[in-house]
Design a protein around this ligand. Structure first.
Ligand code: SF4
Length: 570
């Protein structure tokens, strides 16, 4: 056989390269984004057909640049997917994966797939988000390579979290005692309502009707802002991205960059509408200036400020907040009342353990060595007050879930979101939830199984999220675990359930598999076009079903594999 270039599609769970290393004259070229699937896996390419098609077309674009002699995967369905995309592309050179899109406004349970389709229609935003997030993933990889002990740090961080969560009640009591000794008032909130009421009462006692607030996913989780606003308290977000989302009446779409899905043009238009600034000036420095001019007076006049907490230090009672804008420091230091909202899982034992997380956090999030501002708040300033609200809101129950408690180790770096091929092409708002992307998929069902029953299927299970997680959460295993829970709780759509039952029978039985593939190939030859391409065939919306090859891979491999004497060099 002549020399041949093979492009290897190598999802985490398959090792075709090892197999091919025993074939003469083969030069192997990896796909870019090697740990990203083409999006075919299981029922994904049907239930999330728009996202899956986009992933397939992105792979195809790389293939066209690399121009290999053939592509190889251990999974025949991946090849079928890519071939299907290639066939459709020949017929339709204009965004084939966007044809015949249908939208649904059904939001209960959240229909992430339909929301993702809507996002994919907007090519400008979708392509920008994908590129930007992948750049963050690349920067994270580069930053990790600069730290020789990176993997040891990840293991250590995971172990520290495991130890702290295992002894959580002790560390919580220690934190409370230390913080109280520092002059901080510590409150305990069982749920979101208690948390919101505590904040409301603290403000009411002082007759405060305005609050400045730095970014905090926990306050989003508790829906604090609407709670306060309906009680005539004006809340001003001080984080640029969060403020943009507030002005646009949207929740955050990313846990680190709340408005990461927006372009500077979007922001210029929004600020022009809300602040009367120049809609044609998209310069980022100008826009930051507009935000500063309009938010600083609010901060300077505020009598109460709120921050979240990245970490709580048990043995000092300290609260650690990391930001890139310094807005948390302004929110905490300027007013005379500082309220901290912190989930109980934020505890670490001491400053020594904190150092491990600080080294991992920014590198995982943005590829920077450290966030611009990492502050420790230990107690109130003279004449001021500091309150810390320790919030449970379902965390204790999650801690008791044998399979899912690991998600409490999360330090909210968003690396799993940046690397997730589904998130990058769907946008965070498509998840319809406070936490989105892989971490959202494993957290949100703990709040509401029914509402978020579809989220565990918004994943290709390629394990990229697990690979990058700085605290080694087995994210893709947990996503799979949640699928099993949905099945046990009867939350899987009947069509999907039946399809999986049939697939299980066929794929686990070689004879049935042979019969199915042969009859499918015959059916494709004889069935009329409308019988194959119709509303029932979501897969066919964006791809053409390829013709069956004249020679199977097994036949080809048997003809070309090295003989035993050749392997031994005899
Ligand atoms: S699950 Fe891991 S990667 Fe994802 S946000 Fe949390 S710590 Fe970061």
């Amino acid at each position: 056989m002549a020399s041949m270039t093979e492009l290897v599609h190598d999802p985490v769970f398959s090792k075709p390269k090892a197999l091919l290393s025993g074939v003469r004259g083969v030069q192997i070229v990896d796909f870019d984004r090697i740990d990203e699937c083409c999006g075919f896996g299981g029922t994904f390419s049907v239930t999330e057909e728009a996202v899956a098609a986009k992933m397939g077309y992105d792979k195809l674009a790389f293939m066209q640049k690399a121009s290999p002699d053939c592509i190889v995967s251990s999974d025949m369905s991946c090849l079928m997917h890519l071939q299907g995309c290639a066939l459709r592309q020949k017929q339709d050179s204009i965004s084939p994966y966007r044809r015949d899109l249908e939208r649904s406004i059904t939001m209960s349970p959240v229909n992430q797939a339909r929301n993702a389709e809507a996002f994919l229609e907007d090519t400008v935003h979708e392509e920008r988000l994908d590129k930007l997030l992948w750049l963050l993933r690349m920067r994270r990889d580069a930053a990790a390579r600069q730290v020789p002990e990176w993997e040891e740090l990840r293991t250590l961080a995971s172990d520290i979290k495991e130890h702290t969560l295992t002894n959580l009640s002790d560390y919580l009591i220690e934190f409370e005692a230390q913080a109280t000794a520092n002059g901080v008032t510590v409150h305990w909130a069982r749920d979101a309502h208690e948390h919101n009421q505590i904040v409301c009462d603290l403000l009411a006692e002082r007759q405060i009707s305005t609050l400045v607030k730095s970014k905090s996913m926990l306050t989003e989780e508790c829906e604090l802002r609407p709670f306060l606003e309906t009680r005539n308290i004006r809340v001003t977000e001080t984080d640029l991205g969060e403020r943009i989302q507030q002005l646009d009446d949207q929740p955050p779409s990313h846990i680190v960059g709340p408005s990461i899905h927006k372009t500077t043009k979007d922001v210029a238009n929004l600020f022009a509408k809300k602040y009367g600034s120049d809609p044609n000036n998209e310069d980022a420095a100008y826009l930051a200036g507009v935000m500063r001019e309009n938010t600083r007076p609010e901060i300077l006049n505020a009598r109460a400020g709120m921050t979240g907490a990245n970490f709580l230090i048990a043995d000092t009672g300290g609260v650690i907040v990391a930001t890139n804008e310094g807005n948390a420091e302004l929110s905490a230091h300027t007013p005379s009342l500082h309220i901290v909202s912190a989930g109980i899982e934020k505890l670490v034992p001491n400053m020594e353990s904190l150092a491990v997380f600080i080294r991992l956090l920014a590198r995982s999030a943005t590829g920077e060595a450290i966030t611009q501002y990492t502050s420790t708040f230990r107690g109130p300033r003279e004449g001021a007050a500091m309150h810390v609200i320790l919030v449970d809101n379902g965390r204790s129950s999650r801690l008791g879930m044998e399979r899912f408690w690991h998600s409490l180790k999360c330090i909210r770096c968003a690396a799993c979101m940046n690397t997730c091929p589904v998130y990058r092409r769907s946008g965070g708002l498509s998840y319809g939830s406070t936490y989105m992307g892989p971490i959202g998929i494993i957290m949100m069902p703990t709040f509401d199984v029914r509402k978020y029953s579809e989220l565990p299927f918004a994943s290709i299970l390629n394990g990229s999220c697990t690979n990058v997680c700085p605290v080694k959460i087995d994210i893709h295993e947990q996503i799979y675990g949640w699928r099993e829970v949905m099945e046990e709780k009867g939350q899987i759509q009947t069509v999907k359930k039946q399809a999986m039952k049939i697939a299980d029978k066929v794929l686990s039985n070689p004879t049935l598999y042979q019969i199915a593939t042969t009859s499918m190939s015959t059916a494709l030859d004889v069935l009329p076009h409308f019988a194959i391409y119709n509303r029932l065939n979501a897969w066919g919306k964006h791809r053409d079903v390829p013709e069956a090859a004249s020679e199977t891979f097994h036949e080809w491999y048997n003809n070309h594999r090295l003989k035993a004497n050749e392997v031994l060099g005899l």
